[in-house]
Design a protein around this ligand. Structure first.
Ligand code: ADP
Ligand code: MG
Length: 284
């Protein structure tokens, strides 16, 4: 599914003392099957932007076109859009409410009016996608699980709707390193296997550098920069000026280059750095 965002502005509490321009004339196109990393300092408008993409928030002005379909029109069926564009909120586990994991994941599909068999199939399938064992977990209460497991249940609930676009707002916030890597690996494989369009909001430049096709950098409600990670992370000064950074390994390689070592200074991952350093040492 392609997404076109045209002149999108969102103002919270307009004409009041609390008026906040959260999005200021955003123009962005996202191709079907792209894996987008959305970064920006707290308050830059990331969550406000993502909530427009499934119709949860309405623009103050501007349009959003998903697959040639203007979702900001008045008479639009939001139900259909919410099914196609799955949004995983920040701390989605706070929204689990059913007494069993099964019921929680089945909630959306049941509302779609699917047959019992199809619902059952989807619950199983989604649990597998996020690495939850169906038989041992399905009848348990979400409250018996760890934070990481609960997060998976929440993501499975969105996947059970079979969305074509998956938006994840800081899906690894507050998880331990193992839980984070597992969830990110699952997201990566959803993108690879199903060509799902993915928008990942993250504060980890390492994760963004490793995973995404393209980065959109937000600053004060506007798009400050967009491009492939290698291009975006060349703008160290600009990123630092807006409260962001480049991956730690990129800083290290830049330092080596400054010291006159024959390595590239646009390295993004540990793997790349390893290769560069090995080549340098071999050439000595
Ligand atoms: P981010 O997700 O990048 O941290 P947000 O989209 O949450 O940014 O916030 C963008 C701006 O809008 C901030 O100034 C924030 O304080 C404001 N904002 C966000 N949500 C609301 C709301 N429900 N009511 C009023 N202002 C809000
Ligand atoms: Mg946010």
């Amino acid at each position: 599914m392609s997404i076109i965002i045209e002149n999108l502005t969102h103002i919270y509490n307009p004409s009041s003392p609390f008026e906040t321009v959260a999005l200021d004339n955003i123009n962005v196109e996202i191709q079907s099957g792209e894996f987008i990393g959305l970064i920006g300092h707290t308050g830059s408008g990331k969550s406000t932007l993502t909530q427009h993409l499934n119709g949860l928030l309405k623009p103050t002005s501007g349009r959003i076109i998903i697959n040639d379909f203007d979702i900001t029109k008045k008479d639009i069926k939001l139900r259909e859009i919410r099914q196609k564009v799955g949004l995983v909120f920040q701390y989605p586990e706070h929204q689990l409410f059913e007494e069993t994991i099964y019921k929680d994941i089945a909630f959306g599909p049941i509302n779609l009016g699917l047959s019992e068999e199809e619902v059952d199939y989807r619950v199983k399938d989604s649990m597998e996608l996020v690495g939850l064992n169906f038989d041992s977990v399905k009848d348990r209460s979400p409250f018996e699980l760890s934070g990481g497991q609960r997060r998976r249940v929440a993501i499975a609930g969105v996947l059970a709707m079979r969305p074509e676009v998956l938006i994840l707002d800081e899906p690894t916030a507050g998880l331990d390193p193992k839980g984070r890597d597992e969830i990110l690996d699952q997201i990566k494989s959803l993108h690879e296997k199903y060509k799902m369009t993915i928008i990942l909001v993250s504060h980890s430049m390492e994760d963004i550098a490793r995973l995404v096709d393209r980065i959109i950098v937000m600053h004060k409600g506007a798009v400050a920069l967009t491009g492939v990670p290698r291009e975006v992370f060349k703008n160290v000064e600009l990123l630092e000026n807006i409260g962001l950074a480049v991956p730690q390994i990129t800083y290290l390689m830049k330092k080596l280059k400054e010291l006159g070592k024959p390595v590239r200074d646009d390295v993004l991952t540990i793997e790349e750095a390893k290769r560069e350093i090995q080549n340098w040492l071999r050439s000595k």
